[in-house]
Design a protein around this ligand. Structure first.
Ligand code: UD1
Length: 363
């Protein structure tokens, strides 16, 4: 049984790594790995392959950046001949990036079964490109693997048959648990002269936050206060960096002596940074999950989350992007009001194993 596995953008790499490993225990499955090339920088892609031990892709479509339509179309055009040539029994996609929907659409149109890992998550915010990718990918998938119960509930509500849905846990957490010890040896804190538990990690890359100078400005206003109390490390995503040139923004950032901009971090350095942080401020999806496992307080700079279990059970708090709401949550933390946080069911490092077992039985 041949399965083509798709990766494209940074958050996909942590999700595919444990699956590629788990396939080794299922000799009937022959996995192929296709990289669409949506992310292509050394620090956004290659470094992750090396650190996570992901096999070299069998193929790289090298589509690169573009508008949503151009990028999605380029992936589809490049992937179609691959499916025609390799005639896989299934295509497996992870997460919610443009590569996910593009390859999923190609597969189903050619009559190839589609498997979606991390299915059913919903922010119910259709202005997010990822939400569109999630809804559409789930609607055309044959087998849907969920990380949390809300995913199962959403899919059931959307009319997906229960026998196609499997609650298996979280492959991203598989990777985190496997790499935690290696990450502990990362020298990043020394390199940045940081003391464990006494700094904040910040990541920002959502178009809604960084493409809109008004929203970016409100977040910066909150950071002005936060960095007066503690150093803030800010590994900066290419999209965000591209926006810094806008009038007003770079001057404000440079004026914050305790805000430390660094290049996008590799997986191990980033895991070391987050696991030893006092708190994490982010607009990422995956980091809400990682901080939950690490039990590090996470203030999510968004109005909604497609990962509600991280806020219900974990260490995540949705704080929005108003300066005052961010600072209110920050002051709560400083006053010691921080939930301890629990671990969601099945986030135990064995999700990939469960997925491969189902694939082996079902396909
Ligand atoms: C994509 C995903 C997002 C995910 C994020 C993680 C979609 C719709 N979005 O957003 O869900 O959270 O990846 O990073 O798929 N760029 C580089 N080098 C690279 C890749 C990108 O410089 O290796 C720059 C380019 O200028 C590009 C911009 O970043 O135009 C945005 O990249 P793109 O893949 O379109 O979306 P992300 O914002 O990274």
């Amino acid at each position: 049984m041949k399965i083509i596995n798709i990766v494209g953008a940074r958050p996909n790499f942590m999700k595919i790594a444990p699956l590629m490993e788990a396939y080794r225990g299922a000799p009937r499955i022959r996995p192929l790995l296709v990289h669409t090339g949506q992310h292509y920088d050394e620090r956004m892609s290659d470094l992750f392959f090396r650190q996570l031990g992901i096999p070299q892709p069998d193929l790289n479509l090298e589509v690169g950046s573009g508008s949503h339509a151009a990028q999605t179309a380029a992936i589809m055009t490049a992937f179609e001949p691959v499916v025609l040539e390799h005639k896989p029994d299934a295509v497996l996609v992870v997460g919610d990036v443009n590569s996910t929907i593009a390859c999923g659409l190609v597969a189903v149109k050619l009559g190839v079964r589609l498997i979606h890992v991390e299915a059913g998550l919903r922010s119910f915010d259709r202005t997010m490109p990822e939400e569109i990718n999630r809804v559409l990918t789930d609607a055309i998938s044959d087998l849907l693997f969920c990380t949390e119960q809300s995913g199962v509930d959403n899919l059931r509500r959307e009319g997906v048959n229960a026998d196609r849905i499997h609650l298996v846990g979280n492959v991203m957490i598989d990777t985190l648990l496997r790499q935690k010890e290696r990450a502990a040896a990362s020298p990043i804190l020394d390199e940045l002269h940081l003391t464990p538990g006494q700094y904040v990690v910040l990541t920002l890359h959502r178009p809604a936050n960084v493409d809109d100078p008004a929203v970016f400005g409100r977040i910066l206003a909150a950071l002005e206060e936060v960095q007066r109390e503690m150093p803030v490390v800010f590994p900066i995503h290419p999209r965000t960096r591209a926006n810094l040139g806008r009038p007003g923004l770079i001057g404000r950032i440079e004026a914050m002596g305790n805000l430390r901009l660094i290049d996008p971090a590799g997986y191990l350095d980033f895991l070391k940074l987050t696991s030893s942080a006092y708190a994490v401020l982010t607009d990422s999806g995956g980091i809400q999950e990682e901080t939950t496992i690490l039990r590090v307080p996470c203030l999510t700079l968004r109005e909604n989350t497609e990962r509600p279990v991280t806020a219900e059970l974990g260490s995540n708090r949705l704080v929005g992007t108003r300066t005052e709401s961010i600072l209110e949550a920050w002051r709560d933390l400083r006053a010691g009001r921080r939930g301890t946080g629990g671990i969601p069911p099945l986030w135990d490092g064995r999700a990939a194993e469960r997925i491969v077992k189902v694939l082996d039985e079902k396909l």
